[in-house]
Ligand binder design. Structure first.
Ligand SMILES: Cc1cc2nc3c(=O)[nH]c(=O)nc-3n(C[C@H](O)[C@H](O)[C@H](O)COP(=O)(O)OP(=O)(O)OC[C@H]3O[C@@H](n4cnc5c(N)ncnc54)[C@H](O)[C@@H]3O)c2cc1C
Length: 310
């Protein structure tokens, strides 16, 4: 039966996609189903509104090895839409499934709607300077970045959970080694407060001033690309922007950051943006809710002291 399907190897992201899926369900009048690899998480999808949860069970544990099985399932079920979490693994899998179904794939969608028998999506172009609207015929595959939608709220769901045994061993691919990425500190993409430092910082030793402000504000430290990639003063998983992390904190404080579009696209969903920069014409002030034109070496110690008194 035609339906709207959700897949992510990250169950929190799958619950976010259920929010987008529920909007489609209203207009398409089709059931909303989830594909997961994790039986333990299946009840949470039912509570978040799934009509059916298919738990795929294969003999290869790697999520990317399930592309052929997911393609076959969607074909058998005559799926209308598959929404996939745009994680690294999700994008890899979505491309394979789209090729398997010989259908279109829209990536990094920020909205997804159904009208006139097509799926219409929007996404940012040119580093966030323009919004592109795309139309894709059914069956449509769409990847959606994590945290684009809030998780669907839990309620007493009525959906069913089925287990589907699949063969997912692809003899052409063997995993020879696994090297987990070792993160230093917390994941800034989920931080509720971020102090972000740019090239206004004169030297690495001055990072202690930034650390003190972050500690006083209860914030994680992020940076612009040059601080990590060029100067190596912070790890690469700390830089924010179009080619780095996207953040969505309650509070973002930018220090000595000019506000080029490649950085601003990564902070635009912050609730409150505070910018401190000596250049009153710096573009960061156009994105900021509060701006202080001043030398960070004067302003930051004052701000830190004021926060420490709270
Ligand atoms: C394809 C591509 C992708 C990119 N992706 C990213 C990305 O993902 N993230 C990213 O950040 N960048 C990215 N960039 C780089 C981006 O274009 C900018 O060069 C970068 O964001 C600028 O970093 P910045 O603001 O720290 O430095 P600058 O632009 O040099 O700005 C430094 C600011 O500090 C101010 N300043 C100097 N001294 C002080 C002081 N004492 N007190 C207060 N203010 C002071 C200056 O007035 C200035 O505004 C990308 C570029 C390209 C081409």
């Amino acid at each position: 039966m035609p339906g709207i399907w959700i897949y992510s190897e990250d169950s929190a992201v799958a619950r976010q996609l259920l929010t987008a899926g529920q909007e489609l369900k209203q207009t398409m009048q089709q059931p909303l189903n989830v594909i997961t690899l994790y039986a333990d998480d299946a009840p949470s999808f039912v509570q978040a509104g799934a009509d059916k949860v298919c738990v795929l069970k294969g003999n290869n544990p790697w999520p990317e090895s399930y592309a052929a099985a997911i393609t076959a399932l969607l074909q058998a079920e005559q799926a209308s839409v598959l929404l996939v979490g745009a994680t690294m693994r999700g994008k890899d899998l979505a491309a394979k499934v789209a090729a398997g179904l010989k259908t279109g794939l829209v990536t990094d969608a920020l909205s997804v709607q159904f009208a006139n028998d097509i799926i219409e999506t929007t996404r940012l172009m040119y580093g966030g300077l323009a919004v592109r609207t795309e139309a894709v015929a059914l069956p449509a595959l769409v990847t959606i970045p994590p945290r684009t939608f809030a998780e669907a709220p839990a309620s007493a769901g009525q959906g069913e959970v089925v287990t589907v045994e699949v063969a997912n061993d692809d003899a052409r691919i063997t995993i020879s080694n696994v090297c987990p990425i070792v993160r230093q500190g917390a994941d800034i993409s989920t931080a509720s407060r971020v102090v972000c430092v740019g090239r206004g910082l004169a030297k690495q030793e001055d990072m202690s001033m930034v650390e003190q402000l972050a500690a006083a504000a209860g914030a994680e430290i992020g940076c612009t690309r040059g601080i990590s990639e060029d100067y190596h003063w912070l790890p690469n998983d700390r830089y924010i922007g179009i080619s780095g992390q996207k953040v969505k904190p309650e509070l973002y404080i930018g220090l000595g950051i000019s506000g080029q579009v490649q950085h601003v696209v990564g902070i635009r969903d912050s609730k409150v943006i505070v910018a401190i920069d000596t250049n009153e014409k710096a573009p960061i002030f156009e994105a900021a809710d509060y701006g202080i034109v001043g030398d960070m070496y004067e302003v930051v110690p004052l701000l830190t002291a004021a926060l420490q008194k709270k």
